[in-house]
Ligand binder design. Structure first.
Ligand code: FES
Ligand SMILES: [Fe+2]
Length: 422
């Protein structure tokens, strides 16, 4: 056992160190309370500004935990707006597509038309209605704002906090990360039969890497601190949480700056992996010098790699409640764990890389796409089994070690908010 004073958990006495109850992972009633106390009241990430870059571009998101579906659109003035996808006449679903470009939204039931701000602008046979005022029958608006290019919505018409106030306490010093130099390289969507917290938990600790990822990326583990992947540091805020990790710089996956920086970083990454992982090494060699932008480590905002580790691998960032962003010097993963029911989760994962300017660079991206797909499948391999096992009732609590502190913090924050309503 480590000396008591070295436990990260000691910094957060409010979290305790005891076993954590399983009821929040298996109870339909608890999920109903989460919907009311969390999902209908907080900021939820729904996309990025690049997805709707032109006025008239829109996408539609179903938000089961908020019992609604929303349209997110860029209006004529270039602002991003969100509204419920519900016609104000007799409630038909207004937009049927998942995304598109339009001048107006036309309801397919009786032809009512709305502009890009949701204002009612056209009503067939309008003079047959009784004293109807158009301004009373626009689309129901949803609070919407943008942080670092990520679009967030909030079902509360008057959110208790602005998005900036929500993000700043934990992520203020991450602002300035070069999100705008990255494009969405690849993405996956999957419905997983498990609770949303159980899915998220598998991504907010690195204790599992040596085992679940034993055959894929376990060579990326920095072994200097012992066998498993202990955090460099953690931050547990009022809602959000972060964890920084070191990696083995002599591996392709563990040295994230090799592909864009080349030089000494690439030599270090290739020193051993050329023999042990020849395909990964070949992909890396093909990519060197191909990224459209440079990503010097000293240009990163100080909240990224905040311990200034020379062996830094990436930071895990969990934006409450269900948004995970891992930040590396030159690429990032943005995952949503969106609840569909108490034991069903919609996973939406996007990986953002810099554009590659050569065929070799694009080959590297294809290689990373397949490599990360395998890693994700490994992560997902435990989820449905764990959910089914938790639902047996054989155990009522789980036990967590110090490196799993983000799991403990996540459960603690949800429980605090859910209990506040009782
Ligand atoms: S329900 Fe949309 S126009 Fe009638
Ligand atoms: Fe994992």
């Amino acid at each position: 056992m480590k000396p008591e004073t070295f436990f990260l958990t000691d910094r957060y006495p409010e979290l305790g160190k005891g076993p954590v109850p399983l009821e929040p992972y298996v109870s339909p009633e608890y999920y109903q309370r989460e919907k009311a106390q969390i999902f209908k009241k907080t900021w939820l990430q729904v996309g990025r500004v690049e997805e709707i870059s032109q006025p008239g571009d829109y996408f539609v998101k179903e938000l089961a935990a908020c019992d609604t579906e929303i349209i997110v659109v860029r209006n004529k003035a270039g602002q991003i707006r969100a509204m419920h996808n519900v016609c104000a006449h007799r409630m038909n679903q207004l937009v049927y597509d998942k995304c598109g470009h339009t001048r107006k939204f036309f309801c397919k039931f009786h032809g009512w038309a709305y502009d890009l701000d949701g204002k009612l602008t056209g009503v067939p046979d309008e003079d047959c209605f009784f004293d109807m005022k158009r301004e009373d029958y626009g689309l129901a608006q949803v609070s919407c704002d943008v942080w670092q290019g990520f679009i967030f919505v909030n079902m509360d018409p008057q959110p208790a906090q602005s998005l900036a106030e929500f993000m700043r306490p934990v992520y203020g010093e991450v602002e300035g990360y070069p999100f705008d130099k990255l494009t969405c390289g690849f993405q996956w969507t999957s419905v997983v039969n498990c609770n949303w917290k159980l899915a998220l938990d598998a991504f907010q600790e690195a204790y599992h890497v040596a085992y679940v990822h034993g055959r894929s990326i376990a060579d990326a583990i920095d072994r200097s601190e012992g066998g498993s992947m202990r955090p460099l540091d953690v931050v547990c805020g009022d809602l959000h949480r972060r964890l920084s990790l070191a990696g083995n710089q002599k591996s392709v996956y563990g040295n994230p700056k090799a592909a864009t920086s080349g030089g000494a970083a690439a030599e270090q990454a290739l020193a051993e992996s050329a023999q042990t992982r020849p395909i990964a090494a070949a992909a890396l060699r093909a990519a060197i010098g191909s990224a459209k932008h440079e990503f010097p480590l000293d240009a990163l905002p100080k909240g990224v790699n905040w311990t200034n580790s020379e062996n830094w691998l990436f930071d895990i960032n969990v934006v409450f409640p269900d948004f995970y962003v891992s930040l590396r010097p030159n690429y990032c993963q943005a995952y949503n764990f969106r609840p569909l029911s108490h034991n069903k989760t919609l996973f939406e994962g996007r990986v953002y890389y810099p554009e590659m300017t050569t065929a070799g660079g694009r080959f590297f991206l294809e290689y990373m796409k397949v490599a990360l797909r395998d890693v994700l499948l490994e992560d997902m391999s435990t989820l449905e089994r764990t959910q089914r096992a938790a639902e047996t009732g054989a155990k009522s609590h789980m036990i967590l070690q110090d490196s799993e502190i983000l799991v403990r913090h996540g459960a603690h924050v949800v429980d605090r908010l859910v209990a506040a309503a009782l």
